[in-house]
Design a protein around this ligand. Structure first.
Ligand SMILES: [Mg+2]
Length: 273
């Protein structure tokens, strides 16, 4: 194993509270020179504010060590020369895009549109905006449709609210296209993350508190999936049909686990010889 991907919410922090021992585990990875990247599905705040939150909790990270769906989308768009892109994303994350952009109603003046990126914009959805997106998707050549995650709904203070997925499904259905999903558990998101740390899937460990979004998503993308018993972990997760490659009480136990694992690997490879 060479690289590590680490979920944030439920692994490093729980709400505003630090998971005990998390900063020491991250310091250990840094001292060992093990490449790691924080991977989160957050689209409500820019990377800059995630760095601030990590620092306030005693975890030193810079923006390049954090991958969010908007950052992954920006990288994918640049790597695939899909500009200009129309951004239908929360205002808070627009600063994470470096690609050339266009407004939805510029389409007749800017020529081809490379992609439409869609996140959860909540109350900002209107029928005219949805129809503008639909018309852009029906153009020839058609722009790529990029979804910042595929969360179906979330719980707000006033009750459940639609997230991004129902809108993406509507556009896919109407335009007969398929969105590229950049957010866990999509393999495309894990592919961007692996590219960032320069490690192969088989050599990389994903650490998360979500049995499906983190552990199964990683395993489906060819990585090893480690479950931590913090955050959203529930005892029932241990009886589920998804079997994590490792289970730790919390990320604080990572250095000991890693050292044991590497001793075992050395013993096994010596036995193979
Ligand atoms: Mg989590």
């Amino acid at each position: 194993m060479h690289g590590v991907l680490i979920d944030l919410d439920g692994v490093i922090w729980e709400g505003s509270r630090l998971v005990t021992g998390a900063p020491a585990a991250i310091d250990w990875l840094t001292r060992k020179g093990i490449p790691y990247l924080f991977v989160t599905n957050t689209t409500s705040r820019p990377r800059r504010l995630i760095v601030d939150k990590l620092r306030s909790l005693g975890v030193h990270a810079d923006a390049k060590q954090i991958l969010t769906p908007p950052v992954a989308a920006d990288k994918w768009l640049a790597d695939n020369s899909r500009d200009p892109a129309v951004l239908i994303v929360p205002d808070a994350t627009k600063e994470d895009f470096t690609i050339r952009t266009a407004e939805p109603d510029d389409a007749s003046t800017v020529g081809d549109i490379g992609a439409i990126v869609i996140g959860d914009i909540g109350d900002a959805w209107t029928y005219p905006l949805m129809n503008q997106v639909f018309r852009l998707l029906m153009r020839d050549p058609a722009p790529a449709l990029i979804a910042l995650g595929m969360t179906r709904y979330w719980r707000a203070e006033d009750g459940l609210r639609l997230d991004v997925a129902p809108f993406i499904k509507a556009f896919e259905h109407a335009a007969g296209c398929e969105a590229l999903v950049l957010g866990k558990p999509s393999p495309d998101f894990f592919a961007v993350a692996l590219d960032e740390i320069g490690c192969g899937a088989a050599d990389t460990l994903m650490i998360g508190d979500d049995l499906y979004g983190d552990v199964l998503g990683a395993q489906d993308a060819g990585l090893r999936g480690m479950l931590v018993k913090t955050g959203k972990f529930r005892r029932q997760d241990l009886e589920a049909d998804v079997k994590p490659d490792a289970i730790l009480d919390s990320i604080a136990a990572l250095p000991d686990w890693w050292s044991r694992e590497h001793v075992n690997q050395r013993v096994n490879s010596a036995a193979d010889c």
